[in-house]
Design a protein around this ligand. Sequence first.
Ligand SMILES: CCCCCCCCCC/C=C/CC(=O)SCCNC(=O)CCNC(=O)[C@H](O)C(C)(C)COP(=O)(O)OP(=O)(O)OC[C@H]1O[C@@H](n2cnc3c(N)ncnc32)[C@H](O)[C@@H]1OP(=O)(O)O
Length: 281
Amino acid sequence: MMRSKVLSLVARAASNRMMSTATKLTTVEVNDKTGIATLTMNRPPVNGLNLELLQDLKSSIDEVEGNKSRGLILTSSSSTIFSAGLDILEMYKPDKDRIRAFWTQLQETWLALYGSSVPTAAAINGHSPAGGCLLATSCEYRVMVPNFTIGLNETQLGIVAPKWFMASFLSVLPQREAERALNQGRMFTTEEALKVGLIDETANSKEEAIEKCVAFIGTFAKVNPLARSLTKQQFRAADLQQLQNERQQDLEKFLFFVNQPAVQKGLGIYLEGLKKKAKKQ
Ligand SMILES: CCCCCCCCCC/C=C/CC(=O)SCCNC(=O)CCNC(=O)[C@H](O)C(C)(C)COP(=O)(O)OP(=O)(O)OC[C@H]1O[C@@H](n2cnc3c(N)ncnc32)[C@H](O)[C@@H]1OP(=O)(O)O
């Protein structure tokens, strides 16, 4: 390794504290200068949100809430994928107990991220369909690298985004845009997403995206943290409360829906298509 690279790694290690171990599917790194935590998803090849990744995401969000970080930046260790959304293998021919735990964990992770008391931003350094878009729109700010896509494409898979997926989307897009995009299962390119307001800024690299997220979080430097977080909570309280009140019904609805033979058939065909495409590449 070149000496300069070694020196830069040593310097980086000195100014950043790694809060989570590498055995997890997520890492949390707190920058000592800014006090901002970067939460990185690391489940190759596509950061498919399975039970374990969702558990790690939730515990990392809790860790950031607990360690007095000034903000949270969500990103991915992949160079082309932020998150491919829910791991379809969790929903296709599912195990009875595991799929319950999976959906319950997804609910918990969303409640923690959407309801986080610290400022949140997503550095979207790759494709971000469906559950990936849910994570990004649960944050308060989005910066995306060009030549990728983002959106809630559920209807394209023959599935329906639950109300709380829509709530995150609606916290970013006007109702008319959100409704049309969801009905179409539309995936937006980075440029289209910027135009419509689904993302706030573009950046030429992951590093630049993170810098822009840091700048966004910096805009709160002179704002009273309690006043800021209570204001955020008030904006989001109705969405959070709705899921809290309906968690059990939401789970049962999901289980009923996903176990329909037509839905299983559709998921099987979709998975087959993904695998064929991967083989061709
Ligand atoms: C009243 C109504 C009540 C409703 C209640 C019911 C509600 C149900 C809602 C359920 C909500 C679901 C939301 C979701 O998130 S569903 C997942 C949607 N995700 C996608 O459609 C993304 C699919 N993937 C892609 O488009 C591409 O993979 C990519 C992300 C653009 C990356 O492309 P790339 O070319 O780099 O990679 P490959 O396509 O070659 O993929 C590599 C391998 O990864 C596998 N893969 C990809 N995505 C997934 C996934 N989401 N789950 C599982 N596996 C995935 C792919 O098959 C390749 O595998 P292989 O190497 O084994 O062939």
